[in-house]
Design a protein around this ligand. Structure first.
Ligand code: CIR
Length: 263
């Protein structure tokens, strides 16, 4: 697996926040959290760093500007206009064996796209509209993926509260979506609403990156036979960021999802 990541910008304190009255993130501590994240992900993936862009406070959230599946990368047109300048550098950092398609109309952010096996779930949020969903369909349905839209009225992105631990197990925050609409895809582990933030995980074989400080989620993951790897996310969360949005994970044929031996 290749993982694209991008450094925390010097301007990170100006990152978009849904609650503008909430305290901004501390850049130094956010960088410490980001370093630990890259370190943990680097046990499973080959890290490619996209050059920093200090003019773009949200640049570290690379997941939002590209959706990669089945050897194709769809460069998005982010719903947040200030984030559109992030796309070109991510395009330049993509592995050159990918087909690359760029959206020209509508809006879509990768935080709204969750792949579950042969399916792409896409959130209809404030950052992704009908034309964005259409672009996703047009790009990925010919490659054998189905696209299913899910309303996201109360969150920034779909993956804020719904992610895949593995293709047969989804983690869903209570009250976020009706699990009956997802049950045909996988088993659904519903976690308590008070731990909703930790529904955003990155499954890496039996290992799972998870935000620390959420005991019910950690316990549920362990019960599912997983090995949780807890990561501090306090400052990154202040900018509405979570684990998945800090990287673009691109599968490689030789993937072996267990930790790389220490060198
Ligand atoms: C934004 O509002 O765009 C950023 N401050 C947070 C983006 C988080 N992205 C994600 O969860 N996929």
């Amino acid at each position: 697996m290749i993982a694209l990541v991008r450094p925390i910008s010097d301007t990170f304190a100006d990152a978009l926040r849904q609650d503008a009255a909430s305290p901004p993130p501390d850049v130094v501590r956010a960088r410490e959290e980001h370093a630990a994240y890259v370190d943990a992900l680097g046990r499973f993936a080959r890290i490619t760093e996209v050059p920093a862009c200090h003019a773009a406070p949200d640049a570290c959230f690379v997941e939002d500007v590209v959706v990669v599946a089945r050897g194709t990368a769809l460069l998005t047109r982010p719903g947040a206009p200030s984030r559109r300048r992030e796309v070109d550098a991510v395009r330049a950092a993509l592995p050159n064996n990918l087909e690359v398609v760029a959206m020209t109309e509508g809006i879509l952010e990768g935080g709204d796209v969750l792949q579950v096996g042969d399916h792409l779930l896409v959130g209809r949020s404030g950052r992704t509209d009908a034309a964005g969903v259409a672009a996703l369909r047009q790009t990925f349905e010919p490659l054998g993926l189905t696209v299913r839209a899910i309303p996201v009225p109360d969150a920034l992105h779909l993956k804020c509260h719904l992610t895949a631990v593995r293709p047969d197990l989804l983690l869903l925050a209570e009250g976020f979506a009706d699990p009956r609409n997802l049950e045909d895809l996988a088993e659904i582990a519903v976690i308590p609403a008070r731990e909703a933030y930790a529904a955003n995980v990155i499954g890496l074989g039996r290992h799972v990156l998870v935000a620390d400080g959420y005991p019910a989620v950690a316990e549920r993951l362990t019960r599912a036979g997983c090995d949780p790897i807890p990561l501090a996310m306090r400052e990154i969360a202040r900018a509405d960021g979570s684990l998945t949005c800090l990287s673009v994970r691109i599968p490689e044929p030789e993937d072996r999802l267990w930790p790389r031996p220490a060198t």
